[in-house]
Design a protein around this ligand. Structure first.
Ligand SMILES: C[S@@+](CC[C@H](N)C(=O)[O-])C[C@H]1O[C@@H](n2cnc3c(N)ncnc32)[C@H](O)[C@@H]1O
Length: 236
């Protein structure tokens, strides 16, 4: 455990690109992505999230590593008054989400197509009302644990950008990563685990949208774990 700022020297570690995009998807990357992309200020000023969306939004939710975006798009469709920020560097996943955004006419989605660790410092304090990190890469080998997204420096940044009482929703099908997450979060003073009984972590929350990796785990008879934390109120 360390109190350092996120170590972004090696950026993120997954695939940036998969198979060649179909022309329609490539067209969405070329035309729609630039309209929805959030660009942090090179001088370090916070993003103006109210101005980032075309209409007023009540609150802003964040999803890190949205994969193909099925969860993000469905949440955005169900909650048109909420602004959604999705972070994902995998271009094929971004194209899949853009296709949903386009088909469903979702105007409440904004994207960051780079490492989420570079976006967090650009978000204002207490700006996020809910954050999802779903089935983030578990990096099972011990020598790769430092690549795991959920780490002390990331939680410090999340604690800064999340509003008092905001929910942090994590899910994983890798029990080693789950233990690591619980250990780091238990030691972090700014979050409390909301679970009261076993079903609170073995069952998804009521408004849940299944993700692709969750579906893959269930097909292999692996039961995912759902962890809900709240950002403790800042002391006045
Ligand atoms: C195992 S996949 C899960 C995708 C999706 N959440 C799901 O449940 O189907 C993890 C995703 O996180 C993305 N990812 C990994 N590191 C990231 C980072 N630092 N910032 C943003 N996304 C990241 C990867 O590109 C990948 O799409």
């Amino acid at each position: 455990m360390t109190d350092k700022k996120p170590d972004i020297r090696s950026r993120w570690y997954g695939r940036r690109r998969g198979k060649k995009l179909r022309p329609t998807r490539q067209a969405l990357i070329d035309t729609l992505l630039p309209q929805l992309r959030l660009t942090p200020d090179p001088d370090g000023a916070f993003l103006d999230l109210k101005a980032a969306f075309p209409g007023p939004v009540t609150v802003v939710w964040l999803e890190v590593g949205f994969g193909a975006g099925e969860h993000l798009a469905e949440q955005a469709r169900r909650n048109p008054d909420i602004g959604f920020i999705g972070c994902e560097p995998f271009i094929n996943g971004i194209a899949a989400l853009l296709s949903r955004v386009d088909e469903d006419g979702l105007s409440n989605v904004r994207l960051y197509d780079e490492d989420a660790r570079l976006l967090l410092p650009a978000l204002p304090d207490a700006a996020i009302d809910k954050a999802f990190v779903l089935f983030s890469d578990p990096w099972p080998k011990k020598k790769h644990h430092r690549r795991r997204f959920i780490s002390r420096p990331i939680l410090d940044e999340l604690a800064r950008v999340m509003a008092d009482g905001a929910e942090l929703l994590l899910a994983s099908d890798h029990m080693g990563y789950v233990s690591g997450i619980l250990e780091i979060l238990a030691a972090h003073g700014d979050f409390s685990w909301t679970a009261r009984s076993k079903k609170d972590w073995t069952m998804p929350p009521p408004d849940w949208v299944q993700t692709r990796y969750e579906q893959k785990a269930l097909e292999q008879d692996i039961k995912p774990v759902y962890l809900r934390f709240t950002r403790r109120p800042r002391s006045s």
